[in-house]
Design a protein around this ligand. Sequence first.
Ligand code: GLN
Length: 291
Amino acid sequence: MQSLAGAGRVASYIPELAKVPAGRFGMALATLDGQLFTVGDARERFSVQSISKVFTLTLAIQQVGEKLFERVGKEPSGNPFNSLVQLEYEHGIPRNPFINAGALVVTDELLSHLPDAKAAVLAFARRLGGASDLEYDAAVAASERKTGFTNIALANFLKSHGNLHHPVDVVLDAYFHHCSLSMSCVELAQAFLFLANHGVSPATGERLLTKSQAKRLNAILLTCGFYDEAGEFAFRVGLPGKSGVGGGIAAVMPGRWAVTVWSPEINRHGNSVRGMKALELLTTMTGESIF
Ligand code: GLN
């Protein structure tokens, strides 16, 4: 694992993220029967970034169900997470909820159905992660707001196609806050357990999604969770999962466990280099994957 140090770069397009020490490495695996295994910096909080798209999608499905997919697709994009080109070809309907354009539409949907989309996502993460003190990182959100010209362009483009109902600034503000959420590997692994458990949180007993919705969300994670590297992740790791440019990856083994790994150096697709390697070794050495 050490040999991969320097193989990626800490994200710097959000300046605040560039301050994170490159050498951090943490991993946590939580099982459905209550066991927890940790490695390294598993309890240090980091910026979850696009992993928050799993929380926003879950909340949106709770609110509107399948209707959501009239505004956003469920096909792999084969393009970078912040691509504008595909959105133009496809007339403002994002390929899937895990690319940035898709998450902006999902956030817009939350703004229509929840009194406070920022508070709702935070409350959701606190409840599932078992940590009432989780917070958005205001400095990260502000940093992204200042330099997020591509996301601003995506939001304006969606708006021009009539696929954003709220003001661009309002949607972006909620989206940037969702991305700025700080969580540790342990908290994220706990929070993802409902996806390993047919939609029911083992910690709270709460049903968050129907069995069928949980299956579908895992299917979208497998096919779209790593953008234009989803095939590579499925090939090497063989689990549904989601990455973020903060260097985190959360993945689930349905019926068994959820795992999170954090290592800030990411590759050109925005996925953690050592994180992917660690999960590849985990599924290879244990022989456990969905295949
Ligand atoms: N906040 C980041 C962005 O919008 C999230 C991207 C990611 O984690 N892939 O660019």
